[in-house]
Design a protein around this ligand. Structure first.
Ligand SMILES: Cc1cc2nc3c(=O)[nH]c(=O)nc-3n(C[C@H](O)[C@H](O)[C@H](O)COP(=O)(O)OP(=O)(O)OC[C@H]3O[C@@H](n4cnc5c(N)ncnc54)[C@H](O)[C@@H]3O)c2cc1C
Length: 509
């Protein structure tokens, strides 16, 4: 310290973001840095965020976390994708799976072969694509198991993520980080001190007067964004015109009679409702736009849409969708809700936390002179946010629903040019115009575009290389392979019972 070298890291906030940061930094830079995390129990955490995407497995691998132990302690379950109900039209239903559908043949993505196979049909039904999805069959039968490949083919097996109890997850990571030397300080931050010349943050002062000094600060203070937004004044870009939901009501309910291996997102008149199956309870919430429905009516909608008995009263949460204009300013990076918020439709927030942390670790400065690293970090975080934003808007905008003012607004709103281009390209030719570093793969864009009701007018001409009889045989074989592979899997319940049953005492909590 004093010579500009970065030795002391202060993490402000102990929600999911703060504790993932503490765990990852202690694991990867713990020899170099002294790490202190400050959190206030009086303020508490947002307490939601229970569904993830497969990238979390990479985080667990980096941290050296044992998957079964992790699921036992967080009362977690496995997740193969998200079922979208009533989105493209009332009565529609599709699974955005984490895996491929069918398999690529001759360098041509499967959905082109499938599109060719339904050419000439009167009204081809997009649902047919999912006949070739391992994930769909496993989800329908509530099965789960470890499967890398289908038989001895090149067809990929089950990609998965987790559902878990958010409060237990933070505690789990806290144990992990404290065991690796992270110091936890309980206290409410009241003021921030900055260097008069550089403008860098030098210390935070807690209620009662204790000062916590540091060389680098990570702002994990949630929607408050105490350091980056508050102290450093980094502005927020509001995306509500494209993603108009701004409130949520969350309520736990009793456990589902059958633990299905997927999240469900059901579109409602002015938003949508999530259902997340955990071993001891079900997580539920209604995300809605206050411009189109009252809070009381939103609560009624939530409670009416529960599949099991509520275990409490709905808890309100307010938010503005968007992001900070920059994510790292001076010697402070914001991670988690303090950096921006994309609603949980595709369970991307915890992923953003983890990808920002891994990027920050990759670019972490030795000294306070880090203009180039900071610029690169900000560029990549901004791109990532923008790409996910477009994917979320797709779900709202590409709809045939016009049964409420909210859906009429979403259907007719102007969307970013980057999304318009992707919609037009897919509708014309079935091709996907995603960016190379987009979090969502081609398979995701294809499933959501088809699921929302876009049937491409054409397919890749390279698919015509295969003779019609050969194509028919190939498709029939694939269906058989998928059906057989799924029949060989245990049920999700049996898999959990055998490998990661939550401790019975904690099940009651
Ligand atoms: C409705 C909703 C549903 C969601 N669902 C999902 C989902 O399914 N999947 C997913 O990946 N993500 C989801 N998220 C996002 C997820 O909840 C968050 O990304 C995650 O919990 C991280 O929150 P955080 O740690 O940034 O903030 P918080 O949990 O709010 O933590 C903030 C921390 O800062 C501390 N703090 C604040 N001010 C001070 C102060 N002055 N002094 C000291 N400490 C302070 C607090 O005590 C707390 O420890 C959802 C979010 C919402 C709103």
């Amino acid at each position: 310290m004093g010579d500009g070298s970065v030795r002391k890291l202060v993490i402000v906030g102990g929600g999911t973001a703060g504790w993932i940061a503490a765990a990852a930094f202690s694991r990867l830079l713990g020899q170099r840095l002294t790490i202190e995390l400050v959190e206030s129990e009086t303020i508490g955490t947002v307490g939601v965020g229970e569904a993830t995407i497969p990238q979390i497995i990479r985080l667990n691998t980096i941290l050296g976390i044992d998957e079964h132990d992790f699921l036992r302690r967080t009362s977690g379950t496995f997740k193969l994708g998200i079922e979208f109900v009533d989105w493209g039209s009332l009565g529609s239903r599709y699974l955005h799976t984490f895996g491929d559908t069918g398999m690529t043949i001759g360098n041509v993505a499967f959905h082109h072969h499938w599109r060719r196979s339904v050419t000439g049909q009167n009204a081809p039904d997009a649902k047919g694509l999912w006949d070739y999805s391992l994930h769909q069959h496993a989800a329908d039968q509530a099965r789960f198991g470890k499967l890398d490949r289908v038989g001895n083919t090149a067809m990929t097996g089950l990609a998965y993520a987790y559902h878990f109890d958010a409060s237990r997850y933070a505690l789990y990571l806290r144990d992990y980080a404290e065991a690796r030397g992270v110091t936890r300080t309980e206290g409410m931050v009241e003021s921030v001190t900055r260097d008069g010349t550089s403008g860098d943050i030098t210390a935070i002062t807690l209620a009662g007067g204790r000062e916590v000094a540091g060389d680098f600060f990570i702002d994990c203070t949630g929607f408050r964004s105490l350091l980056l937004g508050g102290e450093l004044g980094v502005q927020y870009d509001d995306w509500s015109r494209w993603l108009p939901c701004d409130r949520a009501l969350a309520v736990p309910s009793e456990r589902l009679p059958t633990l299905v291996p997927y999240t469900r997102a059901t579109a409602k008149a002015a938003g949508w409702q999530w259902r997340i199956p955990l071993q001891h309870r079900t997580g539920n919430g209604h995300v809605y736009s206050s411009g189109f429905i009252s809070d009381d009516a939103a609560a009624d909608t939530l409670l009416a849409g529960l599949d099991t008995k509520a275990l409490g009263d709905p808890r309100p949460i307010r938010f503005t969708t968007g992001r900070r204009q920059t994510f790292w300013a001076q010697n402070c990076a914001a991670i988690g809700l303090s950096s921006g918020f994309l609603e949980p439709l595709e369970s991307t927030s915890i992923h953003l936390i983890q990808s920002h942390i891994s990027r920050l670790i990759q670019l972490f400065p030795r000294s306070s002179h880090a203009d180039a690293e900071r610029a690169e970090y900000n560029r990549r975080c901004a791109d990532e946010f923008d790409q996910i934003r477009d994917f979320l808007i797709l779900h709202y905008h590409r709809t045939d629903r016009d049964d409420s003012e909210f859906w009429r607004y979403c259907k007719h709103m102007a969307v970013p040019d980057s999304l318009t281009h992707k919609l037009e390209l897919f509708a014309a030719s079935g091709r996907v115009g995603r960016d190379a570093d987009d979090l969502f793969r081609d398979a995701s864009w294809v499933q959501v575009m088809l699921g929302q009701g876009i049937m491409p007018a054409d397919y890749d001409p390279m698919a015509d290389q295969m003779a019609p009889a050969q194509l028919a045989e190939f498709l029939a074989n694939l269906r058989t392979l998928v059906t057989r592979a799924v029949a060989g899997l245990p049920t999700h319940e049996d898999y959990l019972r055998q490998h990661c049953a939550a401790d019975p005492a904690s099940m009651a909590a």
